[in-house]
Design a binder for this molecule. Structure first.
Ligand SMILES: [Zn+2]
Length: 457
């Protein structure tokens, strides 16, 4: 058994090594080199885990973009209640979003540790920190002779940030139907929020919103710009439609899941939230600055206007002009729901039509009431952490969506943060100066060790 100090040194070493592999993932045209190139990082982790005695395998659709699958096999022994014990997966991705060194205090792939104990680098939060902590927990469990009652998996995949090449989690689960953990712990939670009322909560990502962008095309009649009232310039028509969309905050779509999140924050029963949803969200959002933007966006389909197109020539008033709405949808929202919401917002009196540039990508969520949630609460309480767990729906995508689709009912995002505030996490996420406090790397190792022992021991 390693001492806490040894584990702290080990996880820092693994995290720094992972950050130094530049696994930037974006289209080749933008990067100037092939995207991802995760195989070097996956190979390093394979060698590290194999040395600790873990069964490891690289599974690649493309040679440069391998996924690592590792497992400590379960004994099959029943649980204390006599029933079967669910298998557990530690999950993460090895790729990162690109970083422009000109924007950074320290070079993004140098893995600098400063005097304050901060580890700087692309992936320090998203999510080489978590991958390192899960790998070190896995290695320590194997070295200490841990015999889980059910399989303990470690899955580190390629291509989460872009996904265009389909060489990561979605493909892996399709290619390998033997990888079907019952419980999975991935990215998307663990932020610690001191609330305005004195309570402290830690977020657990229980689900993610989906996407369904729409293009709104205003229809007018072309004309020469020297006589503006000849024809029917589509640009002012589009301007009127844009005004009606506004910032694109959602109209309320009733959702038991969102009511539950708001109710947990307010400490009230979920059915009370439903009776005055706007008021309840406003009260809950006021509890922490991070909640002020995320909670109102969970009320339904957001429709932020982004891409604009009008005339190709200044002296031509166009017959058509368009904007695209970046729609983010709650789990369970259908294409017809989005169309109805968008048309309701655009109203009558201005001629337009809708186009759908991409397929609907559904969001999904796991129930917050699970063996995994109970075990997480026990482990954190036993470590002296009195922050309550707060189920939360993410506004972005994670591989947990693919895990749920393939048959893992409970996939959560969680890795505990204490020294790294929610503000630091949010500021560095997909941005310059991403950093994590090294105490949180060790904290996460301890959490994953205790979680595996609690659930599978
Ligand atoms: Zn990520």
């Amino acid at each position: 058994m390693s001492t806490p100090e040894e584990l702290q040194r080990e996880v820092l070493e693994v995290a720094r090594t992972l950050i130094r592999f530049d696994t930037s993932n974006a289209p080749e045209a933008a990067l100037g080199r092939p995207p991802g190139q995760e195989t070097a990082a996956a190979t390093y982790l394979r060698d590290y885990l194999a040395e600790a005695g873990v069964d490891c395998e690289l599974v690649a659709r493309e040679p440069g973009r391998a996924n690592l699958v590792a497992r400590i096999p379960g004994t099959g022994a029943p649980g204390d209640d006599g029933g079967p014990v669910p298998s557990l997966a530690f999950v993460g991705h090895l790729d990162v979003v690109p970083a422009d060194p000109r924007d950074w205090t320290h070079p993004p792939f140098a893995a600098v540790v400063d005097e304050g104990g901060w580890l700087w680098g692309r992936g320090a939060i998203d999510m080489k920190n978590e991958v390192a902590a899960r790998a070190v927990a896995m290695a320590e469990l194997a070295r200490s002779g841990f015999r889980p009652r059910a399989d303990l998996w470690f899955i580190a995949v390629a291509d989460e940030e872009d996904g265009m090449y389909d060489v990561g989690m979605r493909w892996l689960l399709e290619a390998r139907p033997d990888i079907r953990p019952d419980l999975a712990i991935n990215e998307g939670g663990g932020e610690r929020l001191p609330l305005a009322d004195g309570r402290v909560v830690q977020t657990v990502g229980i689900g993610e919103k989906g996407t369904y962008p729409v293009r709104v095309v205003a229809h007018g009649e072309a004309g020469h710009a020297s006589t503006p009232d000849v024809g029917d310039n589509a640009v002012p028509l589009l301007g009127e439609l844009l005004r009606r969309v506004g910032r694109g905050m959602p109209s309320h779509t009733p959702s038991p899941l969102v009511d539950r999140i708001v109710a947990d924050l307010l400490g009230t029963p979920p059915d009370e939230v439903g009776t005055d949803f706007e008021g309840a969200v406003a009260r809950a959002a006021a509890l922490h600055p991070v909640l002020a933007h995320t909670l109102p966006a969970l009320a339904g389909t957001t429709m932020a206007p982004t891409l604009l197109a009008g005339s190709g020539k200044r002296n031509v008033m166009p017959a058509r002009a368009s904007f695209e709405l970046d729609c983010r949808i709650l789990p369970g929202t259908s294409a017809a729901d989005v169309e109805r919401d968008v048309r309701a917002r655009l109203g009558a009196g201005v001629p337009y039509e809708l186009e759908w540039p991409e397929h609907l990508v559904a969001g999904s969520a796991s129930t917050p009431d699970s063996r995994l949630m109970d075990a997480m609460a026990r482990v954190l309480a036993a470590s002296g952490d009195d922050a309550a767990l707060l189920p939360m729906l993410g506004t972005g995508f994670t591989d947990s969506v693919y895990l749920r689709e393939a048959g893992t009912p409970t996939a959560y995002g969680f890795s505990p943060f204490r020294a790294t505030s929610a503000e630091v996490i949010t500021a560095g996420f997909h941005n310059a100066d991403e950093r994590v406090h090294i105490e949180d790397l060790a904290l996460s190792v301890e959490f994953h060790l205790d979680l595996a022992r609690d659930l599978l021991g």
